[in-house]
Design a protein around this ligand. Structure first.
Ligand SMILES: Nc1nc2c(ncn2[C@@H]2O[C@H](COP(=O)(O)OP(=O)(O)O)[C@@H](O)[C@H]2O)c(=O)[nH]1
Ligand SMILES: [Mg+2]
Length: 379
């Protein structure tokens, strides 16, 4: 996705804030990350397969640079690039990315760690790849080690747990093994841990702490990492980050499908669900209707979408003009305060509260699906 000059400008400004925080020693590269990166680098040459997890919303910005730095260079047949969080990305753009990886002779795969069938597909793919490697090396080993690597918060631990649950190992074995810690905060996995994900041959998966390079020179990349949650929010102004997201949203076509929300919510949202899941059975539809009426969260998402849509559609400025975009974003913040029920007289830091709530919806895909990195041109 070409972000548009204004979104890019905002991204660079926020990125500069992040870079400043890093250079003033409040960065992400903790002693813990440095130690983990040494431990990973030592083990990398010993594993059979490296599965590099990237965030499908930023297939390039979420690259794991350690693989490029650590000698000896990892042979392409030993590395699979897995784009996780496919449910949050733009389906058309991610297809272009997969084609790009294919052209680059890079083995890639797209997955949603929260979806059983999707993880099952990846497990089969890893097993086939491991068998191929065994054949090529003329090895007949009964144990294969796969290392999951990636920057923070791309879903390594979530994927490790899902692979472990689905892996064809006995229930008794499953009970004995621990689960990796999954968290929406980056940097929660502190040690390398092993989970078994298959038998005959035995496949062991090493979940590792997320590693970022000590410095990132590209300010726009810093912002994309911040927006997708790879960098702690405390390094960035929350309002700036929310503004950046609003600029992306306003320049995209994602909000257009919320036009129909302006009428009766209950009726329309059920219709919307019907369209999205036309194959659902009547029972499933009934359950969904129940779900919709039960969950105040859905009403809030509806109000937020409508507030954003109404602000854009009633705006008569030029979104390519920076001043106009800023005016629209300010108007959206005011409308969002109401949609999120943030009360000015009670809440001190109104703007940050609105920003946190907005970022939460953005990061869980409830305000559209985005691929923020454009596919590099190939010649
Ligand atoms: N929507 C979505 N969220 C995911 C997916 N995989 C992981 N997550 C979420 O991303 C966050 C980070 O996951 P975690 O496994 O702790 O990331 P790690 O730091 O790479 O180990 C958690 O809130 C997960 O629930 C996915 O495929 N789709
Ligand atoms: Mg983890």
């Amino acid at each position: 996705m070409a972000l548009g000059s204004i979104a890019s400008k905002l991204a660079r400004e926020i990125g500069s804030v992040v870079k400043k925080a890093v250079s003033s020693n409040r960065g992400w590269y903790s002693p813990h990350m440095a130690a983990a990166s040494c431990a990973i680098a030592q083990r990398l040459p010993l594993v059979d397969l490296i599965v590099e997890i990237r965030d499908a919303r930023i297939p390039l910005s979420s690259e794991y640079e350690l693989l490029r730095i650590v000698p000896p260079p990892c042979p392409p047949s030993k590395r699979i690039v897995v784009m996780n969080k496919m449910d949050l990305t733009n389906p058309t753009q991610i297809k272009e990315w997969m084609r790009y990886f294919e052209q680059q002779k890079c083995i890639s795969y797209g997955v949603n760690s929260h979806n059983k069938d999707s993880v099952k597909g990846l497990l089969n793919f890893i097993q086939a790849q491991a068998r191929e490697l065994n054949k090529a090396d003329h090895r007949f080993s009964d144990a294969i080690t796969v290392m999951l690597v990636g920057i923070p918060n791309v879903g390594k631990s979530a994927l490790a747990n899902s692979l472990h649950q689905i892996g064809r190992i006995s229930a008794a074995e499953k009970g004995k093994l621990k689960h990796a810690l999954v968290s929406p905060q980056p940097g929660e996995t502190k040690d390398i841990s092993s989970l078994k994900i298959g038998s005959h041959p035995n496949i062991y998966l090493l979940d590792t702490p997320g590693i970022l390079p000590p410095t990132i020179h590209d300010a726009e990349r810093c912002s994309k990492l911040a927006l997708t949650g790879a960098i702690r929010d405390s390094l960035i102004g929350l309002k700036d980050l929310a503004q950046y997201f609003l600029a992306i949203l306003n320049l995209s076509d994602q909000y257009e499908k919320w036009a129909k929300l302006s009428t009766n919510w209950g009726k329309v949202s059920i219709l919307e669900h019907k369209e999205e899941h036309s194959s659902s059975s009547k029972l499933e539809m009934r359950q969904k209707r129940q779900y919709l009426t039960d969950h105040t969260q859905d009403f809030m998402v509806h109000d937020v979408r409508r507030a954003l849509f109404d602000a854009i559609s009633s705006f008569d400025g030029n979104l390519e003009c920076e001043d106009d975009m800023v005016k629209l974003i300010e108007a959206q913040f005011v409308a969002l305060r109401e949609a999120f029920h943030v009360q000015e007289e009670i809440d001190q830091n109104v703007q940050d509260k609105v920003a946190v709530k907005l970022l939460n919806l953005c990061r869980t895909g409830r305000l559209g699906h985005y691929t923020l990195d454009p596919v590099p041109a190939t010649h």
